[in-house]
Design a protein around this ligand. Structure first.
Ligand code: ADP
Ligand code: MG
Length: 253
């Protein structure tokens, strides 16, 4: 059975793209068929799996705004078992262009339906906002992964995100679940990180993934080589933790 998972948090720089890319690649590495959908106009997930944005003719914009056939937009990535629907800067207009269109929140869901069963997992890397693009992701998704950076003010803004999730559950997608809250970029040398872990666990309880992503140099470097960590340095700590996370997601069912 296939599962669509949105990776969302309206805060920028919390690890959404790093998690989308590496969780997708690790599940592909474990033998799952995976599709990564980039809906951030910055296109960092696209380049993160080895697709040059300059080489992209058809992108997720064509899917959302022009009703293009999804099969024309899907590309293979640098990783076996992992396909990608790329985003380019063209997508930055979509948020506004979609406003007057019919069923504007349901466009991604409809677009993905014909290929849903071809994949075990479909991940959607969201932009840092709660606008129409993120609403499309939450409407298409079975569940959502919420990366939270282990820093001061970690919980700030999360009530807004949870409120949006509740509204989507009420009006657009009654079966949307929270897959898990993921603690990211933990700096093990500081007490602050430990405090944040406690705080987030107190708030989200069993919704927090056991796997915690540390801040590592290799995870920061991999995107500039167009490779997920499992391809860039399979023996690194970063690869190990994202494989652990992939196994947790599989175990969640
Ligand atoms: P978002 O998609 O939420 O904006 P990113 O995943 O792009 O966040 O992460 C922001 C920056 O931090 C990027 O430069 C990324 O390479 C880096 N980064 C993310 N996670 C880690 C990590 N665990 N260790 C080191 N650098 C990281
Ligand atoms: Mg991002």
């Amino acid at each position: 059975m296939s599962k669509i998972i949105a990776v969302a948090n309206q805060k920028g720089g919390v690890g959404k793209t790093t998690t989308s890319v590496n969780l997708s690649a690790c599940l592909a590495f474990l033998g799952k068929r995976v599709l990564l959908v980039d809906i951030d106009p910055q296109g960092n997930a696209t380049s993160g799996v080895g697709v040059e944005k300059g080489d992209v003719d058809e992108c997720v914009y064509d899917l959302l705004v022009d009703d293009m056939d999804v099969k024309k937009v899907i590309r293979t990535s640098s990783v076996e078992n992992l396909d990608v629907i790329p985003a380019t800067i063209q997508l930055s207009g979509a948020e506004i262009e979609l406003v007057p269109t019919i069923s504007r929140e349901v466009r991604l869901k409809k677009a993905l339906t014909p290929v849903k069963d071809k994949y075990d997992y479909i991940f959607i890397d969201c932009p840092p906002s709660l606008g129409l693009l993120t609403l499309n992701a939450l409407t298409a998704a079975d569940s959502v992964v919420v990366p939270v950076q282990c820093e001061y003010y970690a919980l700030e803004g999360l009530s807004q995100l949870l409120n949006t999730i509740r509204l989507v559950q009420k009006h657009l997608n009654t079966s949307l679940a929270i897959e898990g809250v993921l603690l990211t970029m933990l700096d093990a040398r500081t007490n602050l990180g430990i405090q944040v872990i406690d705080e987030v666990k107190k708030y989200f309880r069993d919704k927090v993934f056991d796997t915690i992503i540390p801040r590592t140099i290799r995870l920061g470097e991999a995107p500039s080589h167009g490779k997920p960590i499992i391809a860039y340095d399979a023996r690194s700590r970063g690869a190990e933790v994202y494989v652990d996370l992939a196994k947790e997601v599989v175990a969640n069912g």
